[in-house]
Ligand binder design. Sequence first.
Ligand code: DMJ
Length: 630
Amino acid sequence: KKWKQLSRLQRSVILFLFAALAVCGVISYTSMGEPWKSLTNKSLDDQRTEPEIPGLKLANPAVLPAPQKADANLGNYPELSPQKPPKPPHVRRGPSNLQIKPPRGDVRLKTRHDTGRVIEELVQADKEEKTEKSVISWRGAVIEPDQSTESPSSKIKEPEKKPSSVEAEVQKEPVPINERQIAVIEAFRHAWKGYKDFAWGHDELKPLSKSYSEWFGLGLTLIDALDTMWILGLKEEFEEARKWIVNDLVFDKNVDVNLFESTIRILGGLLSTYHLCGDSLFLEKAKDIGNRLMPAFKTPSKIPYSDVNIGRGTAHPPRWTSDSTVAEVTSIQLEFRELSRLTGDEKFQKAVDEVMKHVHTLSGKNDGLVPMFINTNSGQFTHLGVYTLGARADSYYEYLLKQWIQGGKKENELLEDYMRAIEGVKKHLLQRSQPKKLTFVGELAHGHFSAKMDHLVCFLPGTLALGAHNGLPADHMKLAEALIETCYQMYAQVETGLSPEIVHFNLHAQKGHKDVEIKPADRHNLLRPETVESLFYMYRFTGDKKYQDWGWEILQNFNKYTRVPTGGYTSINNVQNPSNPEPRDKMESFFLGETLKYMFLLFSDDIDLINLDKYVFNTEAHPLPIWVPA
Ligand code: DMJ
């Protein structure tokens, strides 16, 4: 009745208002719906990418962003994690980390109580950063642009992907280094002096005869040590080494190199150095050696040959067999995958991923444990029935976990193989010694257990701890704790306090016998890193100072029995004879590449000094960035 009493104009106005209200309502409903929609989709995606390993529940929440959807397209390389820590209010450009720096606490306090000023300072710092783009930062110091190299012959004009942490590692507020770290620096300098004086540009120092040995003729020690110098803050030494690379490192040589060794030491060393310092010289060299190693994959089975002639572009197996070593063909993946990501060229990753996929499907495993050899023609395992976590198999297990971490924890087959293998270790290889009941990893040969353990196996506690840190079951950490104690005892129960290459554990208590027995052929020490490596992981993840103390003892014993007064350290023949450990006259490149680097990191309380949520170490201790979804 009332509606009819209204004039036409009044009715039109009311109708118009209703229509307008309805339109507004529809618009606001759709815009409010979007976030809900994306939230719902996100959680579905997350669920889809959960690892589907039966019985596996990730113990800890993931430390990294949710993994990407599995992407079959190899060309889609994930971006790096944003590795820049919050920038401190003042960008410190100046002395290296050898100087005493204010504690990090200052920065945190400021952020909490003085936010306004901090924002202003951040803006200012950002401006400064932009004006400084033309310099290469050197952990607190600066290398002028003209010092950086861009070889005219370089095919890589600009790296397709930026290095991860160039500025990040530099601009954070450094934690002051402590006395033990200074002792490591001193040890490094002493080792470097020997190398520089008697072996410069050659593969390895022979410190007693004051000469050198050649393996590939590629300055192996120098390249292996590059990122250690960077991490230790040894600017002068780094610069000298860099100059040698600019002027003297040539890969176009008629020389046979071992695919695995040159990948982990040379390719790995160059890639990690590139990431730490951002100098494209290192990426260019990495690409060069990477390309020259590719002929190794031209085999009937695509399982690579052990040796490549990097000048001629030919590859071959060892003279006496067409087999390759399982650890060797499955421990080159981190490096080749990263090379693909950096260059955008998928061929590197494709070649090594194919190896992993193939090994994943192979029969001949024993509850995830792999034999030591694989045939390059048939692609099948050979010499079946022998299982070890030591030589020839060791880093297969290490790289299963580390590739999974590198790729953002989404490649489930890798995790599956790793989890199975650890179950296999528990089932077949774990035993306890007498009298101290040390948990150790023995070997299995055709159903017979041997209480033999290589020092090489001491990588395992660190790897287990890394897995537990990344959400794998807590009992992996328990096992890591037990095993690192054993590895320490392999040093502590020996007369020089240095571990032999191989020990045999006593399974039965005998009067006057320790847990560890050493055979005459096994009593050498090559300055290997594995125990110190695991001590580093254990300290990072637990904060238990005993791990630092154990590492400190080991460093002192290296100094006591392996240090050569005229420069360098030497491997020794007899860890059981403190009055004559019988120096062997050789300093392995991994002493500088790995052992001293892990020592330095072990003694550090700075979790950002190679943050384990951002980097994954290759098996030669060269840190490579962890990829996260773009
Ligand atoms: C290094 O070259 C690597 O750590 C490799 O995985 C095993 N052998 C040496 C160190 O012992």
